[in-house]
Write a protein that binds this ligand. Sequence first.
Ligand SMILES: Nc1nc2c(ncn2[C@@H]2O[C@H](COP(=O)(O)OP(=O)(O)OP(=O)(O)O)[C@@H](O)[C@H]2O)c(=O)[nH]1
Ligand SMILES: [Mg+2]
Length: 243
Amino acid sequence: MRPLVVLPTYQEAENIEAVLRRIRAAVPHAHVLVVDDGSPDGTAELATKLADDLGGIDVLERPGKDGLGSAYRTGFEWGFARDFDVLVEMDADLSHEPEALPGLLQVVDAGADLVIGSRYVPGGSTPHWPPVRRFLSVWANRYAAAVLGLAVNDATAGFRAYRADVLRRIDLQHSRADGYGFQVELVYRVVRLGGRIVEVPITFVDRVEGSSKMSLRIVVEALGLVTLWGARDLLTGRRRRRP
Ligand SMILES: Nc1nc2c(ncn2[C@@H]2O[C@H](COP(=O)(O)OP(=O)(O)OP(=O)(O)O)[C@@H](O)[C@H]2O)c(=O)[nH]1
Ligand SMILES: [Mg+2]
């Protein structure tokens, strides 16, 4: 397998070195693409220096902050053009432990089309989250699963590995969603294509350095899109039943 880890960054100067070193140690054969959106804290410069030291890393510099969904769409297209056969999504804030990567890749190797590092299957956890945050995230996921008929416990998760063939068949350029909405949309599209999805438990570690870019806008966008897609499926009779 030729895996590409796409790592979107915005203001991750405090985390970029550790995350790149840990990825390189965990999956020495994987290539890494950092997609940085002109971070004023010099994340891209640090990443470029580490690319020289560690090898197997490219840095794509975009002029301004354009959102997580857009960074992944650009990173995936870069990977398609270079014939990578597995594309990995992960955050650069160390919430997603690089040491879990071999486990995700192994499941793709065993035949899955999409492997989700899941917080909400037995063995998965969010050890630092206050109960209210976990409650909201679990119920947002239950809502999305129910409305869209997805047999997935953590459709908003951002730690994933896709078989490139399946991702190629998804019309990425016609997806406009940004944060959680982007993640749910991709699960929804893989389900619609009949792809095989496997959830693997992960420990989601809260970021220690840097600041969160999560916003109310991203949450509202996701809830709005899920409701819209669900309503459209009902009206067009395309609603899938949860098995
Ligand atoms: N290229 C790019 N990366 C982004 C953008 N927004 C966020 N990121 C990166 O996407 C990843 C996830 O963003 P976070 O801010 O950690 O958001 P989150 O994980 O949903 O929220 P927390 O749980 O609060 O950390 C991190 O690696 C960010 O640096 C963006 O507009 N462009
Ligand atoms: Mg984060």
